[in-house]
Design a binder for this molecule. Structure first.
Ligand SMILES: NC(=O)c1ccc[n+]([C@@H]2O[C@H](COP(=O)([O-])OP(=O)(O)OC[C@H]3O[C@@H](n4cnc5c(N)ncnc54)[C@H](O)[C@@H]3O)[C@@H](O)[C@H]2O)c1
Length: 438
């Protein structure tokens, strides 16, 4: 089995290094962890298979893990999100990279097989494709994606492969849900730290990171003005909250939230947004964004009701939230009119515009979250990997301990030059007397 990096164009490495330099400047917490890792080498001897969006921020994480002594293999967690110059730069630095932008489904799972072929000790995932594929191998599931993975995984003995893995991490909401489902079925074979469940991850990355970068993607693809538009956001979770908040900040005339959960719907209402079902929102929206983690949240019936010129985008993990297959079948014609913007002409003559093929818009049509946000998410990733190396955990889905989460927040504040108030001794005693219930 050839274990050579495969990237689009190795000559892009110089450009990639400049991007990594820029990201490193804006990721001071991760850089602080890197300096400690360089001294302590806590990951010496580990082989880390990372299935993450191949962006400049991921590059900073990978360099940090390597500084801790690990050998890293990097494959993408989405076929369309790789930044080719980053893949080239990391490959040149000795990371095994199998990634380029615009992979077919087969190439994408070949990449996952490539990662498995190294027999890693730790897996890092964003959406759980690598972890789920390893579990499918173990349980003898042989579907199309596994067959593709096996093309590059070689003569992998699935039991041995799993035995060698100490643990893994998961970056996003959808991935955590998939892994909890594996646990419920009694099939989870090794421990997973759900990085998504750290406060310093989801409160910032999902909300402010996706909130800004989703609009960045839509604006780069369309160059449309958001001010004066009617924006419809499906899902008022952490991602949806951020997108709705930023829509208001950009001057949207109305921001409508579509929710299935009554508490979240009420929260949206009290946050000052309109709430209604998609059926009604479809008739009035200019820009539609899905962020639910669910399937066919915008279906063909909704699309047929939309106004001429409606723009559709998805910020959820998988490209299943907008029913693009039904749209493809129903449309009289389809053409690409700008990078990451497709025009569909419906039988009625109305046109709708789909951004980034309905895949997660911030990574496809923009660069993903800003580095300052990924600084915290990936600080959690680096600490989670270290935690897995230092602790033997039975198979389950864990949250990173609160002390480490708080440590990330503390470091972030200090790099921003912001000081915390400190409790006085008297206050400390007062608060702990509550804890004792006296
Ligand atoms: N694009 C990115 O960079 C990025 C970043 C973080 C998370 N994500 C992904 O975004 C998605 C949402 O993440 P989250 O953290 O906000 O999750 P969440 O669970 O906090 O929120 C999802 C919300 O969608 C609602 N919902 C479910 N089905 C619905 C439907 N049919 N119509 C309307 N609302 C519906 C749920 O009630 C929930 O409130 C996940 O797939 C996650 O993996 C993407």
């Amino acid at each position: 089995m050839a274990r050579e990096s495969k990237v689009r164009d190795p000559s892009l490495a110089g450009k990639g290094r400049d991007q990594l330099y820029w990201a490193e400047r804006n990721m001071p917490v991760l850089m602080e962890i890197r300096r400690r890792f360089e001294r302590e080498r806590p990951l010496a001897g580990q082989l880390i298979a990372a299935c993450l969006h191949v962006t400049k921020e991921t590059g900073v994480l990978v360099r940090t893990l390597a500084a801790g002594g690990a050998q890293v293999v990097l494959v993408p967690s989405n076929p369309l999100s790789t930044q080719d110059e980053i893949a080239a730069a990391l490959a040149e630095e000795g990371v095994y990279v199998y990634a380029w932008r615009g992979m077919s489904e087969r190439e994408y799972y070949n990449a996952i097989g490539f990662a498995a072929s190294f027999s890693p000790t730790i897996t890092l995932d964003d959406g759980a494709d690598l972890t789920v594929t390893i579990h499918k191998l173990k349980h003898g599931v042989r579907d199309r994606t596994v067959e593709y993975a096996l093309e590059t995984a070689g003569q992998t003995d699935a039991d041995k492969l799993v035995e060698k893995i100490r643990g893994g991490t998961e970056e996003t909401t959808t991935g955590v849900l998939r892994l909890r489902a594996l646990k419920r079925e009694g099939k989870l074979a090794y421990p997973i730290i759900a990085v998504n469940e750290s406060y310093t991850k989801y409160l910032f990355d999902n909300r402010y990171g996706t909130g800004q970068s989703t609009w960045d993607g839509i604006m780069r693809a369309t160059n449309m003005l958001v001010a004066g538009k009617v924006v419809v956001v499906a899902g008022y979770g952490w991602v949806g909250r951020g997108i709705a908040l930023r829509a208001r900040g950009l001057g949207a005339r109305r921001v409508i939230v579509v929710e299935v959960n009554p508490v979240r719907a009420l929260e949206a209402l009290f946050d000052g947004f309109e709430v209604m079902p998609m059926d009604r929102a479809a008739e009035v929206g200019d820009i539609f964004i899905t962020a639910t983690g669910n399937i066919r949240v915008i279906n063909l019936n909704h699309i047929l009701k939309m106004r001429d010129g409606a723009v559709l985008a998805n910020a959820g993990h998988f490209n299943v939230e907008i029913d693009t297959a039904a749209l493809d079948r129903a449309a009289a014609s389809k053409r690409s009119i700008r990078p990451y913007l497709d025009e569909y002409v419906l039988p009625s003559g109305k046109r709708v515009y789909l951004v980034g093929e309905g895949r997660l818009v911030n990574l496809v049509a923009a660069e993903g979250h800003p580095s300052e946000v990924m600084d915290m998410s990936f600080a959690n990733q680096a600490l989670a990997v270290e935690y897995l190396v230092k602790h033997e955990l039975p198979p389950d889905v864990y949250k990173l301990p609160d002390e480490l989460d708080e440590e990330v927040a503390r470091l972030k504040l200090s790099t921003m030059g912001v000081e915390l108030e400190e409790m006085t001794e008297e206050q400390r005693r007062y608060v702990s007397s509550w804890e004792l219930g006296t």
